[in-house]
Design a protein around this ligand. Structure first.
Ligand code: 2GW
Ligand code: MN
Length: 297
């Protein structure tokens, strides 16, 4: 499939290239139609990416929300594995938004890594917990986190790291291919189709279906993204609407309108329930099994 050797230099100036070698993965799509790299295991050199990031003395933020029963259930493993695998050797700021506030486990942090804790309001419905993240993130990026970090990743907490997730993943804006949908034809993708919703995608629209469990970028790009999504969620709510996959639907609309500068292969956020796949070599994040009945009440 499409290899994109030039991978447009303008695109890559804000990207950490990690010496891209898309030809190393000829069996998968390594470039989007608009020229952004889709990175797969083996298609970059993690050590080169590491050096590029070290030279620029970056601070990388990672925002995580954990409210209700999620802190006790997921936070410790997420943070412990992040210490092993997320941006190892770089300065990292974890921004944990949690409720109750005492629920953050004590995790030993490496040098240059910090973990301030923010308290957030508890929402009544579970859909609202997930959707309120966009509003809260927007505010946070306008405050201290936005001034400290150069790049920020925003992640679901119900997952853990299982492999290196390093600076090769950084770019002006970064989207994650959804592991259940990356090989589906466009007309089957679960975009919001109600034309009245702010997240509406007409038939024929949509490049890929992205997973809201991982997205990232520069602070400026994420300010735009979170403003768009929080605005769309509020617009829908004022009309009594709720998009099919909540904040994820609005995120997909945003990335349709504003193409991401880098796309992460499903290896970066994989669901073990799918089982082994030849093209999935080394998963970086693994979803926790869904215990909906237990947690969604
Ligand atoms: C969410 C659903 C049902 C019950 C509880 C919660 C819940 C979510 C919660 O009680 N506490 C909490 O902190 N959360 C946060 O919201 C947490 O960060 C979690 O990872 C995130 C999204 O909820 P999650 O992971 O249970 O839902 P998923 O894995 O189906 O998420 C996808 O779809 C969501 C919208 O429905 C979001 O777009 C999410 O980013 C997607 O990965
Ligand atoms: Mn999740």
């Amino acid at each position: 499939m499409g290899v994109c050797p030039s991978a447009t230099m303008s695109q890559l100036r804000d990207n950490f290239t990690g010496a891209l070698r898309p030809w190393a993965r000829p069996e998968v799509l390594t470039c989007t139609p608009w020229g952004a790299p889709i990175i797969w295991d083996g298609s970059f050199d993690p050590d080169v990416a590491k050096q590029e990031a070290r030279q620029q003395n970056l601070t990388i933020g990672l925002t995580i929300f954990a409210v209700g029963r999620y802190p006790e259930k997921y936070l410790e493993r997420f943070l412990e594995t992040a210490e092993q695998h997320f941006m190892a050797g770089q300065s990292v700021m974890y921004y944990v938004c949690t409720e109750p506030p005492g629920a953050v486990p004590r995790v030993a942090l490496g040098p240059g890594r910090r973990l301030p804790v923010e308290r957030v309001a508890r929402e009544r419905r579970w859909q609202d917990v997930s959707m309120a993240r966009m509003r809260t993130l927007h505010a946070a990026l306008g405050g201290l986190p936005g001034r400290e970090a150069h790049f920020v990743f925003c992640m679901d907490v119900d997952q853990h790291f299982s492999g290196t997730f390093g600076p090769e993943a950084l770019a002006e804006s970064v989207a994650q291919l959804h592991s259940w949908h990356y090989h589906w034809p466009s007309w089957l993708l679960p975009f919001e189709r109600d034309a009245h919703s702010a997240a509406a995608m007409a038939w024929g629209q949509g490049d890929f279906y992205y997973h809201a469990a991982v997205f990232g970028g520069s602070v400026a790009a994420l300010r735009g993204l979170t403003a768009h999504c929080a605005g769309g969620l509020a617009w829908d709510r004022a009309r009594g609407l709720e998009a099919r996959w909540h904040d994820e639907s609005h995120l997909n609309k945003f990335f349709w309108l504003h193409k991401p500068a880098k796309v992460l292969s499903p290896e970066f956020c994989w669901s073990p329930d799918i089982g082994p796949r030849a093209e999935i070599r080394r998963p970086r994040l693994l979803w926790a099994p869904k215990g909906y009945r237990l947690l969604r009440n």
